[in-house]
Design a binder for this molecule. Structure first.
Ligand SMILES: [Zn+2]
Ligand SMILES: [Zn+2]
Length: 150
């Protein structure tokens, strides 16, 4: 039997040591005192209305394999991965791993996670223009030709 690390901040289910769980991208949700953790992206979404984040996404993390030290310094051994936040204007629309692989492939460079929301905003703009073009053509399907390309 795995040992409990913490409880989910939303549903209070156990998050076991070494378990995949989710944290909020917003720094105020990650202060040592608050330190919200969630057992699922659904549970992460529950806190959004109360916190009123302008832009937020869930970050997948793995719980440490040992219990937290008594004074609450959080483990640095974490893998970070950005996934789409549902429902919000700040939803991430790009697959982080593929984007990073592409940039690494063409340049050898790393990509900061902070690029993802900015690129998503740019994508949303293109999508909105595409929808407007489809509407103008009285179609309810966005086609390749609706996508502005310049
Ligand atoms: Zn939960
Ligand atoms: Zn939050």
């Amino acid at each position: 039997m795995a040992e409990r690390w913490r409880r989910c901040s939303a549903c209070k289910n156990d998050i076991e040591l070494g378990a995949i769980h989710w944290v909020c991208s917003v720094s105020t949700c990650n202060r040592a005192r608050t330190a919200l953790v969630f057992c699922s992206v659904d549970c992460w979404e529950i806190h959004l209305p109360t916190e009123r984040h302008r832009e937020a996404w869930a970050i997948e993390e793995r719980a440490p394999l040992e219990p937290d030290p008594p004074q609450g310094t959080r483990s640095k051994r974490k893998t970070r991965k950005t996934v789409g936040a549902a429902g919000e204007a700040g939803e991430i629309l790009v697959v982080a791993s593929r984007l990073k692989a592409y940039i690494r492939g063409v340049s050898g460079y790393n990509t900061s996670d902070s690029v993802l929301p900015v690129l998503s905003t740019a994508l949303r703009k293109i999508c909105n223009e595409s929808v407007a073009n489809a509407r103008r053509a009285e179609r309810q399907t966005v086609m390749d030709r609706d996508v502005p390309r310049d």
